[in-house]
Design a protein around this ligand. Structure first.
Ligand SMILES: Nc1ncnc2c1ncn2[C@@H]1O[C@H](COP(=O)(O)OP(=O)(O)OP(=O)(O)O)[C@@H](O)[C@H]1O
Ligand SMILES: [Mg+2]
Length: 241
């Protein structure tokens, strides 16, 4: 079966320097894949390069077999490759339901708006209870739920989530992990950035380690990786670069 996402030789950065180089990764059509690694090593930049929100980039990106590396961000969203950014800021003065409805702007998403709204509100009952509340009144965890909800309203064929559980309590983290598993079980492949290694291992089938702007390691869920090895990846690898 064609992979949902195939990235090859992807490089890119800001101003005149590359932050990430020669990135190769795949996400299967029903897979959950993680990206992890230290702060500032390029995880967000990789997602930005894939979703074309990074202006300077080169390499190939295929989405369900179709090349999208020259496509504009709007076209990538319309194709169904949806990026939920890190620390997503929702419009503070809009109601939750309004925010969700506004997100369904592509023709595909508009056609499925009512159905997707029901799905999001069923997935996140906290949002359903607060649907007429302004986004500014939400807690951090509820905002993350709204951000993922916005992604789901775009009628995704694949979701890229950038640190969806950053700063959340263990209980909320578990709630979001459940929601991500439910989304995935509904047939949507997922590429998720996470810092917490134990957490990401519980969430994904496979993960890539991002170090100094490159993918230096791929780890399967069943691979035995102990705490010392993870520490060496984070600190040992950083110290020798
Ligand atoms: N808009 C920008 N302009 C210039 N440099 C940037 C910009 N955004 C990020 N960078 C730099 O690119 C590098 C990689 O940043 P990136 O945000 O991709 O890392 P990250 O792995 O996602 O980190 P974190 O775990 O903290 O989110 C950092 O050195 C950062 O300072
Ligand atoms: Mg980041």
């Amino acid at each position: 079966m064609t992979d949902a996402l195939e990235v090859d030789g992807l490089s890119g950065g800001y101003d005149d320097y590359d932050v990430v180089s020669n990135i190769g990764l795949t996400v299967g059509a029903s897979e959950r894949v993680g990206l992890f690694g230290p702060n500032g090593h390029g995880k967000t930049t990789i997602l930005n390069a894939i979703s074309a929100t990074l202006a300077r980039r080169r390499g190939t990106v295929r989405f369900f077999g179709q090349p999208v590396d020259r496509a504009r961000p709007q076209a990538i969203v319309a194709a169904g490759l949806i990026h939920v950014p890190q620390a997503n800021t929702v419009f503070p003065d809009m109601e939750i339901q309004e925010t969700l409805e506004l997100a369904a702007w592509t023709p595909r998403a508009r056609a499925a708006r009512a159905e997707n709204l029901d799905r999001v509100l069923a997935l996140f009952p906290r949002l359903a209870e607060r649907r007429r509340q302004l986004a500014r009144t939400l807690s951090g965890g509820e905002r993350q739920m709204l951000s993922i909800g916005v992604g789901l309203m775009c009628a995704p064929r694949m979701l890229m989530l950038d640190e969806p559980t950053l700063g959340l309590s263990p209980k909320l983290k578990d709630e979001l992990a459940q929601a991500i598993a439910t989304i995935s079980a509904g047939g949507i492949p997922i590429l998720v950035v996470e810092q917490d290694v134990a957490f990401v291992l519980s969430l994904v089938d496979r993960m890539y380690f991002v170090n100094h702007g490159a993918i230096t390691r791929e780890i399967g869920r069943r691979d035995a990786v102990d705490h010392d090895e993870i520490m060496a990846m984070y600190f040992g690898a950083g110290a020798t670069a």
